[in-house]
Write a new protein. Structure first.
Length: 403
């Protein structure tokens, strides 16, 4: 396979390599084509990708390397990513913009949020973006994003492996500070195939647990936006939608399997658990976080000042163990989502978690108390605010005092 580093591992058949090489006949650069190839090989067979092309990167004792090994073991036969004309364009203009000015982040140099930029050319609301810095080699880029070192949300990894996405645009450009930067823009639908995309129709017909087209969920961060000020916000909350979210979540917790089809992911193996109790302190913290994201136009568990949710919960008077906020950026108890106006849809997006397995679905484990840690949590607070690049911001806090 042309350009596949210098090594073709015998574990990969010619048919598998051909299937993954969706950008082979496009006008993209060789390294941009290989970004598609390596991402698709990881989606096609994560365990095999780990044993072959990824092996030399997966050394040492880093928790991020260990978690990637676990995640790749769960990945098999996910839909291929195909080059989409408009996403390739939005990726290129952002890589050029950041590279020329030596900037980083998901907002354009004029302050435009990434979803506003993408949405101008790609008319499908379900989208995401990865940005990589310092590498021009495709495999280095893909592995940097998959390992996601020092990114607690693992949002870059989840974007690459998520079965929600069928389309991608990729651009590698020079960078004034980091020498190179690569932008990946993802979309749920292949609206306009880039000329030369291989056999795109066969894979694009798969639905793969797609959420409604105008919604984007954050697991621990679908897009790691650096945010910018100046976006409008609406700080009034919708008590009826917050109440709907609370009621719906408790109904799902009571009988998870019943809601499998409705949410779009199998919950047959998830045990029913106790009802959550509304906590006014947590609700105030959640509302403040949702409003802050809308006002300052960011989407992350860590705010632009470097503060995570644990320290904010404790500071509000809901006491937590001191080691849980010894690092101010820590978050154990927050799930966030964007883009939907209704409480029911917000909960559905978080539980669906891009169709991930229970082992990889951090939001689902948190909201449904799947792990022992979160099954001990009884109190909940929910906030919702309007504004920013995403339109609507949701924050769900589920925790318990010192346990």
């Amino acid at each position: 396979m042309q350009g596949l580093r210098a090594q073709k591992y015998s574990e990969w058949s010619d048919a598998e390599l051909a299937k993954a090489n969706t950008a082979q006949n496009t006008s993209l650069s060789q390294q941009e084509k290989l970004v598609f190839l390596y991402c698709n090989l990881a989606r096609l067979d994560g365990a095999k990708f780990m044993r072959t092309y990824a092996a030399k990167y997966l050394t040492g004792n880093s928790s991020y390397v260990s978690s990637l090994k676990r995640d790749l073991q769960q990945v098999k036969n996910r839909p291929m990513l195909y080059p989409e004309k408009n996403l390739c364009y939005t990726a290129a203009i952002h890589a050029e913009d950041m590279g020329t000015l030596g900037k980083i982040g998901h907002n354009s140099s004029d302050g435009t949020g990434c979803f506003t930029r993408i949405g101008k050319y790609y008319k499908c609301g379900t989208a995401a973006e990865n940005c990589s810095y310092g590498y021009s080699d495709a495999l280095d880029i893909v592995m940097q994003l998959l390992i996601d070192e020092n990114t607690p949300s693992l949002g870059h990894r989840e974007n690459i492996l998520s079965s929600t996405y069928h389309a991608m645009g990729t651009s590698i450009k020079p960078h004034k500070v980091y020498r190179y930067n690569c932008v990946q823009d993802f979309g749920a639908k292949l609206l306009t195939p880039l000329a030369g995309s291989n056999d795109y129709k066969s894979d694009n017909n798969n639905s793969s647990n797609n959420n409604s087209s105008n919604n984007n969920s954050s697991n621990t961060n679908r897009i790691n936006s650096n945010g910018s000020s100046g976006s409008s916000s609406n700080t009034s909350n919708s008590s009826s939608e917050i109440q709907a979210a609370f009621n719906y979540l408790n109904a799902v917790r009571k009988n998870p399997a019943r809601y499998s089809n409705e949410i779009g992911v199998s919950l047959n193996g998830v045990q029913a658990t106790h009802e959550l109790k509304w906590n006014s302190t947590l609700a105030k913290v959640a509302q403040a976080k949702a409003q802050d994201m809308a006002k300052r136009n960011y989407f992350s568990h860590v705010d632009p000042d470097g503060n995570g949710m644990n320290i904010k919960i404790n500071a509000a008077g809901y006491s937590l163990r001191s080691d849980w906020y010894s690092n101010r950026s820590l978050n154990y108890f927050e799930s966030i989502a964007v883009g939907t106006t209704t409480g029911k849809e917000a909960i559905q997006l978080l539980i669906n978690d891009s169709g991930a397995s229970n082992e990889s679905a951090g939001h689902r484990r948190h909201l449904l108390g799947i792990d022992n840690f979160w099954s001990n949590c009884y109190d909940i607070g929910i906030g919702m605010a309007k504004g920013g690049s995403y339109g609507y911001y949701w924050c769900v806090l589920i925790t318990k005092h010192d346990f």
